[in-house]
Structure formats: C-alpha cells, structure tokens
Design a protein around this ligand. Sequence first.
Ligand SMILES: Cc1cc2nc3c(=O)[nH]c(=O)nc-3n(C[C@H](O)[C@H](O)[C@H](O)COP(=O)(O)OP(=O)(O)OC[C@H]3O[C@@H](n4cnc5c(N)ncnc54)[C@H](O)[C@@H]3O)c2cc1C
Length: 414
Amino acid sequence: MVSERKTCSKHVGVIGAGPSGLVAARELREEGHSVVVFEQSHEVGGQWLYNPNVENEDPLGKDTFLKVHSSMYASLRLTSPREIMGFTDFPFLVKKGRDMRRFPGHRELLLYLKDFCEWFGLRELIRFNTRVEYVGMLDYGEFGKDLRWVVRSKEEKCEKVVEEVFDAVVVATGHYSRPRLPSIIGMEAWKKKQMHSHVYRVPEPFRNEAVVVVGNSLSGQDISMELVDVAKHIYLSAEMDLGSLQTPSYIAPGISYSFPFLDTKGIVVVDDDRVGPLYEHSFPPSLAPSLSFVGIPRKLIGFPFFESQAKWIAQLLSGKKALPSWDDMMKSIKEFYHSRDADGYCDKYGDHIGFPHLEEWRKELCLSALRNADTNLETYRDSYDDLELLQEAHKSPHFTQLEPKSLPFSDPIN
Ligand SMILES: Cc1cc2nc3c(=O)[nH]c(=O)nc-3n(C[C@H](O)[C@H](O)[C@H](O)COP(=O)(O)OP(=O)(O)OC[C@H]3O[C@@H](n4cnc5c(N)ncnc54)[C@H](O)[C@@H]3O)c2cc1C
C-alpha cells in the first residue's frame, strides 16, 4: 500500500507582485494555502511597470525606502528573446495589435504579466498600494520549528499600520532597484550632475553635455547608445577616477540586494552583494521553509526558474516535500560558495519537485541571443540567425499546449 504524506494549508504572505510574486501566489494557492500578496505599487509587473516620475527620487538612490521601484528606461527592449521568457504553462505569445517583435519593448512584458494575472485570477489575492515595512519573527522555536511571522504593512494615503501574523513569508521584492554605487575617488566632492541608471529614463536632459557612463553592462551599453544622438561626448567606462575628469555628468548602473523591512536577527545578511545563507538560493536553513526568497540569482532564464522555486516552496509548506537536515543544507551552501557554479540551476530545482527540465531550445536561444549581443550590440534585437531554433521552439509543447482559440487574450503565434 502506498502511504500519502499528510499535507497542510498555511497562511502565507508574499511580498511583491512582480513576476516572482505572481507565480509564487499562483503556486501557493494551487497547493491549498491561503495567500495575501502585498504590493506597494498600484499595479502588478514589478520592474516591468515603467514609471517616468523619478523627479522626487534621490539621483543616487540613497533613500532607505526608494520612491520608485522600476529601473526601466523609456526605450528599453528585452535583452532576452520573448520565446524563452514565458512561464512553462503560459507562453509569451505574439499578439496582433501589440508589440510583435522578438525582443519587444518593456510594456509588452507588462501586458504579458497582466494577462497571466487575469488568466489565473490572481488579482483578488493582491493588496495594491500596500508597502510592507516590517517582517519579524514570532515564536522562534528550535531551528525554526513553530516559527511564525509578524508583518506590518502600510497602505498608501493612510497612516495606519496594519499588523498581521503569517505562518510563512515569501520575499519576492526583486533586486534591480537598489543602486550599488561604485567607489570612485572624488565622487563625494563631485558638484556636477551624477545619477544612477535606476533614475535614468530618457536622454534629453543630457543634450549637448559630455557624459560618462560607468559600467559596461547591457544597460550601460544601451544608455550610451541612445545618448550618442543627443550628448556632446560619451565615454563608456568600467573603472575611473573622477578627479581626472572634466565632464559635467555621469551615470553608474550597478544594482544591489536590499531588504529594509526584514528583521531576521542577523540570520540572513547581505554581504559582498550576496544574500545568505540561502539553501538553493531560497531558504535560510535556520528559518526554512517558513521564510523563503524567490528570484535571488542573476544570470539565468528567470521566469521558469521563479516558477520552479515557487512550486518547491508551496510543496515544502504543505508538507508534501521535505528539506534535508540543517547540516546538509549548510554543507550545500558552503559547496556553492566555493564553486560559484551557476550551471543547471533550473534543472536542479526541477529535480526537487519533479518539474520538467528546461527545454534545450530555450537554453540554446538564450545562448544565441547572448552571443549575438556580444558581436552585434546595435542590431542583435532585430537581426539574428537562429530561425531554425525558433521554429523548433514554436513546434514544442510549450507553444502548442494552449489552443489559440481557448486563449482569451491572444492571437495565434506569428
Ligand atoms: C533595465 C532592466 C532590464 C531587464 N531586462 C530583462 C530581460 O530582458 N529579461 C529578463 O528575464 N529579465 C530582465 N530584467 C530583470 C527583471 O528584474 C526580471 O525580469 C523580473 O522583473 C524580476 O522579477 P521579481 O518579481 O523578482 O522582481 P521585480 O520585478 O523587481 O518585482 C518586485 C515587486 O516587489 C514590490 N515590492 C518591493 N518592496 C516591497 C515592499 N516593501 N512592500 C510591498 N511590495 C514591495 C515591487 O513594487 C515590485 O512590484 C531586467 C531588469 C532591469 C532593471
């Protein structure tokens, strides 16, 4: 006789309604948990909810709670092709009358996330305009046993702080907002314009100026390329000394992790641009699984990874799956710190919960886009030679699983 594990339902607070928080909410509810999603903005989308109103933001993003979450600039187009972006059961389809490009503008991804939210009926779980200001432990027993969480949140335009207790908290607040400033000699004394790319939106304020863009990342390169049309001179730099410069302004695009609301009594720390200790980038061993993080690693195919994390969290909380011992989790974290090996993240997660491995075409399309960007920075979003791979993708179950007729929002794949 096969004995079924007894599962239980938890009251879970999810912080953030970006891609990570939305998929976490869906998976938690699917697993039978009661879910409240706190979202400080008026809409879903996270980074993809473009916000042009940056005039009240500190130009270097030094405020504890940033006023603006999204770091998207007006002209931003995806750096990854749309085919690899979709959650596994909700492909990012081309729709007539919308931005049909393979590397569409940021608004198209926002629309995809809104579609996802409607399709799975997630809106009813979300408290909009509600910022979480404090998350702390209650009943901290041995190794997180019986652990619960106090969550204090504040609705915009209302001074009242609401305090609630949750069995578990999922942190899905993203990490592309908090500027990480470089250490540049002369920076503090610099009197001319300086801003972080978090508050950069359009090139116009830099008309006829000489500008240094510090950081040769994809956004640094994008911003430099559009400044070429308006600025007098552009310098794209990786390391610099302001004392030697006579330029009127500079932009610095580094980003860091920050959880100003989270009090774990020093158990989880951000150190050297790393959040830890986190078992499989999700669970602090002493607080697992009641505290978890979705979306922490960088440099991977994001959405399916968030989805597999969310499924695992949901199943651990219900008791369907179990974590290894504290010792084994810590050992695994130490091994990762030594190896710094980022390969196979998504597939490894899949193995924990029987989630299918990433399709080969997804990995290959990602790599071909990166290679193309490396050699054809100005044109890689519109000129590519991976059409065979693209056809393979379109014929795969990921794209054929949903009959176009049954989709309320979409037209057939182009
Ligand atoms: C310029 C730029 C370009 C990018 N291009 C790509 C790309 O081409 N492809 C790709 O895959 N990824 C790209 N990304 C990465 C992008 O961040 C991820 O795709 C994705 O948005 C991460 O989702 P998330 O839900 O983890 O975080 P986010 O999208 O950042 O969402 C976090 C949410 O949490 C909310 N929140 C934060 N703090 C609180 C609080 N205290 N209380 C309540 N709510 C809170 C925020 O308002 C937000 O809605 C890009 C990022 C940037 C900045």
